[in-house]
Each structure stands twice: as structure tokens, then as C-alpha cells.
Design a protein around this ligand. Structure first.
Ligand SMILES: Nc1ncnc2c1ncn2[C@@H]1O[C@H](COP(=O)(O)OP(=O)(O)OP(=O)(O)O)[C@@H](O)[C@H]1O
Length: 268
């Protein structure tokens, strides 16, 4: 196993995965720089969620390697991957999955409480994030009855409360109205930028992807070579299987574009 480039906080090489014969990843290599906000943008069923689950250690790919901070993730035993997810990663999905029997601050504090922090410390941290996300005034309310946008902001607070290195956001704004989408996305990205947290965002929506520092277009289980023409990705899988190579195509300054309609090489 060859270690990844030092400046990548996350690095995947030649990932392949199938679900009972249904292919989801067909040789994906991608590097994510520390502090970067990276969007995986592609249609439904293209494999974005599967890639996020592999990168975050939820799923071990059939083939390929995943590295976090220069340590292999794909070879870790399940308990170590669980610890990694609990201590270093945050997750925001389309469904906020708040516990109705807990109030808002308790939901936001849950990852800290689960890892054994005192109630006082957990509450202080949760309330700080709720204030930053502009929902401090609802800290004692139960999630039932809150608007979808507020519920999603509580999920964002819960993802950030541990001070994670990376937040994975899988269609985090899917259930929201258009104006609320931008609000929630801005909340997440500005909080991440302020605190140097890396974000890996999966979305079908080019407007949401435009909030990222770098967009990786995704189609049919592969990184697409051109965002505007998914048909051109034929034969790309084998190239990707060779991996991105050291220092190649990393970072917002290389091939960065926020316009999915602009023809450009994939920046992996
Ligand atoms: N648990 C599963 N069991 C069987 N097939 C699955 C499972 N999860 C995903 N798939 C299949 O794998 C492929 C990739 O799905 P994936 O969810 O990773 O894509 P996606 O781009 O995130 O799409 P979506 O936005 O719809 O979740 C699809 O064909 C999907 O039907």
C-alpha cells in the first residue's frame, strides 16, 4: 500500500463496490484537501452516497483503498472505524433523524454525550453551535413541529459539535424549499470554513454544488471527465483505477470551476 499525498485529508484509490451484483462504484479515485469544501455532483443512482459511505468508513469497498490523515481506513476493524466516525467525522443526510424524545440541544449534543462527555460540557458545546447557526432560541424545544429548515440546522449542529475533521453531507438540503436550501448550505459551509473543517458534499443540484470550492462530476459510478457530457466518461474507469497520483489534480486552484455547465477536465 502506497501512502497518499500529505496534503490530502482523505484519499481514495480505485474504489469498486457492488450491492448484490448491482454496481455502484466502478474504479473511483479522489483526493480531498484539508479544509476544502468538495462537491460530488451527479444524478441519482450514480454512486455518490456509496462513495461517501466508503470515505467515511461506514462501508468497506469491495476493492480499493481509503485513507484518512495518512492512515488506512479500509483495513481498520469495525470498532476502529466506528470510533473514527464518532471522533473525527460528522454526517448530515437528507433526513435529519432527530430523536423526538430529546429537545433540540440534547439532539445536537448527542455525539458528545455518546462518547462520554459530561452533560455540562456537551450542553455548552451544543448551545454554542445552536447560537452560531442562529437557532439558539429553540434549544429547549422538541424537534417535532419545527420547520424542515430548522430541523436540518439542528442536524448540522450535531455534525459539527464534536469539532470533526470532516463533515460528510449527503443531499443535506434535499427536503427543503429552494430558498431554505441556500440558507442551510451557507450555514454549513461558512461554519466549516471558519473552523477549518473539510466538507464532502453529495448533491444532484448544480446550485448546491456551486457552494463548494471544487466540484467533482459523477456519473454511472465514476468520476465523469466532463460535467456537461456524461457520455464522454466511457473508458474512464480504467484510467481512474490507476489512481490520481501524487499531488495530481488536487485543490481548488487546479481546474476549479463552480459552473457545472462549463466543459473542463475532471479534477480528482
Ligand atoms: N443498499 C443498497 N442495496 C442495493 N443497491 C443499492 C444500495 N445502495 C445503493 N444501491 C444501488 O447502487 C447504485 C448507486 O447508489 P447510490 O445511492 O450510491 O447513488 P447516489 O448517486 O447517491 O443516488 P441517490 O441520490 O439516489 O442516493 C444505485 O444503482 C443504487 O440503486
Amino acid at each position: 500500500m502506497e501512502a497518499p499525498p500529505d496534503n490530502d485529508v482523505l484519499w481514495a484509490r480505485a474504489l469498486r463496490h457492488s450491492y448484490q451484483g448491482t454496481p455502484a462504484l466502478l474504479g473511483v479515485s479522489v483526493g480531498v484537501r484539508a479544509g476544502e469544501i468538495l462537491a460530488l455532483a451527479g444524478p441519482r443512482g450514480s454512486g455518490k452516497s456509496t462513495l461517501l459511505r466508503c470515505l467515511s468508513g461506514q462501508l468497506v469497498p469491495d476493492e480499493g483503498e481509503v485513507w484518512f490523515n495518512s492512515g488506512p481506513v479500509h483495513t481498520l476493524p469495525e470498532t476502529a472505524r466506528e470510533r473514527l466516525r464518532r471522533d473525527r467525522f460528522g454526517w448530515v443526510g437528507a433526513d435529519p433523524q432527530l430523536l423526538p424524545e430529546l429537545n433540540v440541544w440534547e439532539n445536537a449534543a448527542l455525539p458528545l454525550l455518546l462518547r462520554g462527555e459530561s452533560g455540562r460540557v456537551a450542553r455548552a458545546a451544543a448551545r454554542e453551535w445552536l447560537d452560531r447557526l442562529d437557532i439558539g432560541d429553540i434549544a429547549r424545544r422538541r424537534p417535532t413541529g419545527l420547520s424542515a429548515a430548522r430541523r436540518q440546522r439542528v442536524a448540522v449542529a450535531r455534525a459539527l459539535v464534536t469539532g470533526p475533521a470532516v463533515v460528510f453531507a449527503d443531499e443535506p438540503t434535499a427536503p427543503l424549499h429552494r430558498d431554505e436550501r441556500t440558507l442551510v448550505l451557507r450555514t454549513l459551509t461558512s461554519a466549516a470554513r471558519t473552523h477549518g473543517i473539510t466538507v464532502v458534499l453529495a448533491t444532484t443540484d448544480p446550485d448546491i454544488a456551486a457552494h463548494a470550492d471544487r466540484i467533482v462530476p459523477f456519473a454511472d459510478g465514476r468520476v465523469a471527465p466532463f460535467a456537461h457530457d456524461p457520455g464522454q466518461d466511457q473508458g474512464q474507469g480504467e484510467d481512474q483505477a490507476k489512481g490520481p497520483g501524487k499531488g495530481q489534480g488536487k485543490g481548488p486552484q487546479q481546474g476549479q470551476s463552480k459552473d457545472l455547465s462549463t466543459p473542463r477536465p475532471a479534477t480528482v
